[in-house]
Unconditional design. Structure first.
Length: 462
């Protein structure tokens, strides 16, 4: 089940343009003043498994496979991706618009190049340098302005204002130029990663061509010195010769991977924009599996579980070992108030999925909880707890865990689960309130008591 959480991340990369625009007004600001940003994060076992499969060879080629890199899906229709710390954020719009796996893999390779190259840390250093330049220019300009006012010299006062503004502009252009050079480096590094993993760079070129076409259709006339990335046409020119030299340039994505990619696109389109978006996306093949998958999801979301179940059962007949069709079947059965059957579908999904996905395990626990049967509710609490131990930031799961403990009469554990949910949503004050309530019912020094104490004592980074 595709779910969305609004979570707080420190995303300096996203706020740089804001800093630059405001630099001449707030020359004494620091990046941390803009660092806290709320983004709506999408969680889905199927999509995350596929993107992880795309990313792992690239991360290994970049020397990052043991670096704990997380890939976060952001609910945003635009074609974009960015990095922050050890996280790669990728918009759902990029996944929907990318027609092949190779296009997404090219985006991931570019972002991995930023992380492996340490670009963020150097960018922070450049920000500090740019701020120093802006501050010094502002102080000189202010001094000249004061001197002009004291001597009743309008020319000197005007010159002082110009010096302050000009210094900030010089700092801004210097930083933008630095960013453009780092983007170009990440492009070249991405091609190296693609070559090492035996993959084509054609997807990267298609992405830049899409961006260039979008700018042309919008009639945008951009000053190349006023943006943080190289112009799309410039990027294509710089990379095309290098990309075409690769012996892998004409290599296509495997058909089964392309099918999974299109099913992912159908799922995102159905959840984010509805059935008509699915029809537009697959108008060239309306009876193909991806189009029918999206249609089944849209039918379920539109409140018609009986028809949705017929559609997903037809797909399962064609793809009996697809874990995520079983997951969708479980979601539909829960909506149809057939909780035990839903639990069976989720159990089947867990048996078919690679590894033991925490999100699917939470879904299984949710279905068990919905039965209302005491023995199955007890099992639900166990499955939910185990699933959340694998996916501790999945905030919505704690709501079901709290319900399970509440039905079992364990109020302290229910309060602690509620505290965890608030904590992972960034609602720290609410988390502390429920952690305090939980702790009062717990024996001092137990694991639950200590976790409640951690939440109570947590201090939000400044």
């Amino acid at each position: 089940m595709l779910e969305r959480n609004t979570m707080v991340y420190t995303t300096v990369t996203r706020t740089i343009s804001l800093f630059l625009v405001a630099a001449y007004l707030t020359v004494a600001s620091t990046p941390s003043a803009f660092a806290q940003s709320r983004v709506t994060v999408v969680r889905d076992a199927e999509i995350e498994a596929l993107i992880s499969e795309y990313a792992q060879p690239i991360l290994k080629a970049a020397g990052l496979s043991r670096s704990g890199i997380d890939i976060v899906l952001v609910n945003n229709r635009s074609f974009n991706a960015f990095v922050d710390g050890r996280r790669i954020f990728i918009h759902t719009g990029a996944l929907t618009d990318a027609e092949t796996p190779n296009e997404v893999i090219g985006v991931l390779a570019h972002e991995a190049g930023h992380i492996a190259g340490g670009h963020q840390e150097r960018l922070r250093q450049q920000l500090q340098r740019a701020q120093t330049m802006a501050i010094v220019s502002a102080l000189i300009g202010i001094g000249a302005g004061v001197a002009g006012a004291a001597s009743d010299s309008r020319g000197l006062a005007t010159a002082g204002m110009g010096m302050a503004a000009g210094g900030a502009e010089m700092a801004r252009r210097s930083l933008l130029g630095y960013q453009r050079s780092e983007e170009a480096t990440a492009d070249r590094t991405a091609i190296d990663y693609l070559n090492r993993t035996g993959q084509s760079a054609n997807g990267m070129l298609k992405t830049f061509e899409r961006l260039a076409g979008g700018m042309a259709l919008a009639g945008i006339n951009v000053d190349p010195y006023q943006i943080s990335h190289p112009m799309p046409r410039e990027r294509i020119a710089n990379l095309e010769e290098l990309a075409r030299k690769s012996r892998y340039f004409d290599r296509k994505d495997p058909p089964q991977l392309q099918l999974r990619h299109d099913m992912m696109r159908a799922k995102i389109a159905a959840y984010m924009e509805g059935g008509q978006a699915v029809q537009r996306l697959f108008r060239g093949n309306p009876r193909g599996i991806p189009a029918r998958y999206g249609d089944a999801i849209a039918t379920y979301l539109n409140g018609n579980p009986r028809t949705a179940l017929q559609k997903v059962d037809a797909l399962i007949a064609e793809m009996p070992r697809n874990a995520y069709l079983q997951e969708l079947r479980g979601d539909i059965l829960i909506k149809a108030s057939r909780a035990e059957e839903a639990a069976n579908a989720y159990a089947r999904a867990l048996s078919l999925a690679p590894g033991t996905p925490g999100l699917l395990q939470v879904g299984y626990g949710q279905a068990l909880l919905a039965t209302g049967k005491p023995d199955l509710v007890k099992k639900a609490a166990s499955e939910l707890q185990t699933g959340l131990s694998r996916e501790p930031e999945f905030a919505n799961g704690y709501r079901y865990l709290a319900q399970a403990y509440g039905q079992l009469g364990d109020i302290a554990a229910a309060d602690l689960a509620t505290a965890e949910g608030h904590f992972h949503l960034g609602r720290y004050q609410d988390a502390k309130i429920f952690a305090t309530r939980a702790q009062k019912r717990m024996k001092r020094g137990t694991p639950g008591w200590l976790r409640a104490q951690d939440i109570i004592q947590y201090r939000k980074p400044g």
